[in-house]
Structure formats: C-alpha cells, structure tokens
Design a protein around this ligand. Sequence first.
Ligand SMILES: Nc1ncnc2c1ncn2[C@@H]1O[C@H](COP(=O)(O)OP(=O)(O)O)[C@@H](O)[C@H]1O
Ligand SMILES: [Mg+2]
Length: 262
Amino acid sequence: MKNTKIIAVANQKGGVAKTTTAINTGVALAIRGRKVLLIDFDPQESLSQFFGCYAAEKNIAGLMYNVINKRDCNISEYIVHNEVNKIDFIPSELNAMNKLEKDLISVRSKETVLKRAFAKGKEIIEKYDYVIIDCLASLNVMLDNALTAADHVLIPCQASPMSFGALPNLILQVKEIQEELNDSLSILGIVTTMYSRTNICKNTKEMIDNTYGELVFKTYIEQMSAVAESPMKEKAVVLSSAQRNRVSAQYKELATEIEERA
Ligand SMILES: Nc1ncnc2c1ncn2[C@@H]1O[C@H](COP(=O)(O)OP(=O)(O)O)[C@@H](O)[C@H]1O
Ligand SMILES: [Mg+2]
C-alpha cells in the first residue's frame, strides 16, 4: 500500500486498553484530517459494539473467507461509517471469527490471509492514510495475520507489573513475523496506559521507560473514569471538550507522536 500506514494495536493481555487506544488514536487522527479505517480484529466485538454495531453479517472474518474461497468481493461493502465519531470501521463477529481461527489450520499460507484481503481491496484501502487493527488478546494465528498485514505495531502496556511482564513474548513474536513473513514490520512504540499516581504505577512506568527507552512514547495515558464510561455514550473520549478530561488531550498528543513516527 503506497501511502497507507497499517498499524496493529497488539498485546496478548486482555484489558490493557488496546480497543480504547485503537478508537481514540483513530478518532484523534481523523480530527487531524487523516482518513482512518479501524478494523475490529477481536472476536469479542468490543470496537464494533462501541460504535453500536452487534453481530455484523458483513464482518472482517467474512472478508477473509472470500480470500480463502477465492471469491471476488467488494471491500467497501464491509466498511461501516460511524457518524458520531466520524470514522469508518470494519466490524468483527464472534462466531465467524472463532470459526475462522479453527479453519485457518488447514489453509495454505494461513498467516497471510488478512494481508491478501487488503491487497484485493487495494483501491479502497489506499484511500485511507491509516488502517488501525484492534487485535485480539492472544498470540495465535489470528495475531500472526494482523502482524503480517501491518507495517507497524503499537503496543499499549497497562502500568502494572503483570502487563510489563507480558511484553517480551509479544516482542519475540513480532521479531519472528519480521524474520519469517513481513520484513517491513516495525514496532511503532509502546504506550503506557491506565496510569495513576500510585507507587505501583510509578514503578512500572519507570521499568517500561528504562527497559524499552526510545521505543516508549513520551505520551502516557492516565486512568480516568470518563474512559470507562465512554462505551455507554458510544463516543470516543477524544471528542470530549471537557477541560478536565486529560485523557482526551493525552490521546491527541499520542496521535501527534504516531504521525511523527509513521
Ligand atoms: N485510561 C483509562 N482509564 C480508565 N479506564 C480505562 C482506560 N483505558 C481503558 N479503560 C477501560 O479498561 C477496560 C479495558 O480496556 P480495553 O480498551 O477494552 O482493553 P483491551 O482492548 O486491551 O482488552 C475497558 O473497560 C475500558 O473502558
Ligand atoms: Mg479489546
């Protein structure tokens, strides 16, 4: 893809703010005038449901089955526009995603299916500046697909020791995909999420900064109840203009750093 940057938001741990980061950086980039396509790549459908979309018939797994079954398809039929957040996305669907994960076992070049789906829809994909893939909490073949299709990996890491401890395995998998399937893949950066002024958070943030240095974004995201409440409003926190909403400003800053790096 010529000018389109494909970013996988990945971490094999659940609840570290992957979906929140995908949505808010995506909407923040859109506010900055970028054309953004979000991909819900998690069977849990969290991103789709955030935008009020449940059990979508036209979903990312269906798009990938077209590649497997060598069927022609129009990728634009899979893209949903969300007017409140002014953003496009391709939804996920629980059953189709779970079936696909199992079926991939017997598919040749099973890690490249998503990449080939994007290539098939190249003309549409290239209209976007950023494609942001909200990955599932796993290191399985589905994650391999996201990492093979992507140019960059954005890693949210919760400011907790458990989350910090999960990073080496993820980085190892990124390296393996780089070596075996996608030599243009790079780690865009690690962003510390759900930070609060507790000793445990401070210590973990220090460990992340000291261990990963330049890889870590300057911006970190604080813990704030407005974020946890945002799915009820189906509205990204970055669209809040409340002065006290620091997370809104932080995700906008993160979007600026992302633009500098990719
Ligand atoms: N900065 C934050 N402050 C407070 N709650 C947050 C923050 N970021 C995420 N959350 C909440 O934490 C939970 C997990 O976040 P989510 O983005 O779904 O993680 P993941 O996609 O990695 O599983 C969600 O309920 C979300 O609303
Ligand atoms: Mg998620």
